[in-house]
Design a binder for this molecule. Sequence first.
Ligand code: ATP
Ligand code: SF4
Ligand code: MG
Length: 342
Amino acid sequence: MINNLLSVKNLSLQFDIDGKQAYALRNVSFDIAQGEMVGIVGESGSGKSVLCFSLLKLLYKNGKITNGQVLLHGDDLLLKSENEMTKIRGEKISMIFQDPFLALNPAITIGHQITWIIMKHENIKKSEAKKRATQILSSVGIHDIDAVMKSYSHQFSGGQRQRIVIAMALCCSPELLLADEPTTALDVTTQAQVLSLISNLKKQRNMAVMLVTHDFGVVANTCDKIIVMYGGLIMEQATAKELFAAPKNPYTKALLECILSLESKREQQIEQINGDPPDILKLGDFCPFYKRCKYAMNICTRKIPPIFQISPTHSSACWLLDERAPVISDFKAVARKEADVN
Ligand SMILES: Nc1ncnc2c1ncn2[C@@H]1O[C@H](COP(=O)(O)OP(=O)(O)OP(=O)(O)O)[C@@H](O)[C@H]1O
Ligand code: SF4
Ligand SMILES: [Mg+2]
């Protein structure tokens, strides 16, 4: 694809839960350009982490990708062998997790872990790998590097640990960093520091970042593009400017309204919309948001909304954008179905 680093096309994933099929991702499609920062937002259970894992082909035993492509420079990762994926993970796409403890081995020194990763991916001598490890630790703002290299993960604060995890993720210079809620376990000040570190490293390295977060404020300040997920579907995607100026999906609007009403509270989370998020075992051919949507129409209960294109960079899956829908000023139908656009 033109200038796209990653192109995800119609990705669908099911879990087998006690013999029943649950839909965790449904026809998910989006692109990430080189050096672009993309924010993924959505309530708990909307499929954000499953999406990150599936891009790396890291799936639970009961998970199965049933459809789609994950094209990295046009090359479908879903067709790669496990050996090929082991090389791609870290070298091309790296991931940092919400809990830094998960990524660090408590019994091995930090220096040894980072040096080992570098040596595993690159054919260089231990002394050279060690030198690279110290450089990468310094680039994430770690001081007293000699002492850090000889220390174990439990000896650090949460913020320091997350910096070390970021260093590990970056040590083979990936083109894409998947950051799955990398700051939720941290206090507010440290959260801001770690996010600004990721944002600076992204600029220095011209690296693409997919940032999963619960915090719309974070994506507003840092991301070029925002993807809103719900019930395994992409409900809306747009540039940050378009999304905040004129959201075209009732779910996005509800999320934004929750934030506005909670503006004064710094610890705001977005799970504030009335009603519960969907049970993935009970999803079907209907809009997953219809039970909570104040605009829901008959069609919403019978068919998954198609994707309507509002601008070249803005799309929304909502029946209100169909030309036959009643005109509601906020969602006025200036859109065309994706199929009509192409
Ligand atoms: N191995 C699994 N087996 C069955 N269901 C799973 C499995 N892993 C995840 N799920 C379900 O898939 C759905 C999406 O999960 P996911 O972890 O991607 O949500 P999320 O958007 O990352 O939420 P959070 O914000 O809480 O991290 C959830 O309903 C979750 O319960
Ligand atoms: S498709 Fe219907 S239920 Fe879904 S968000 Fe749009 S109006 Fe609401
Ligand atoms: Mg998650």
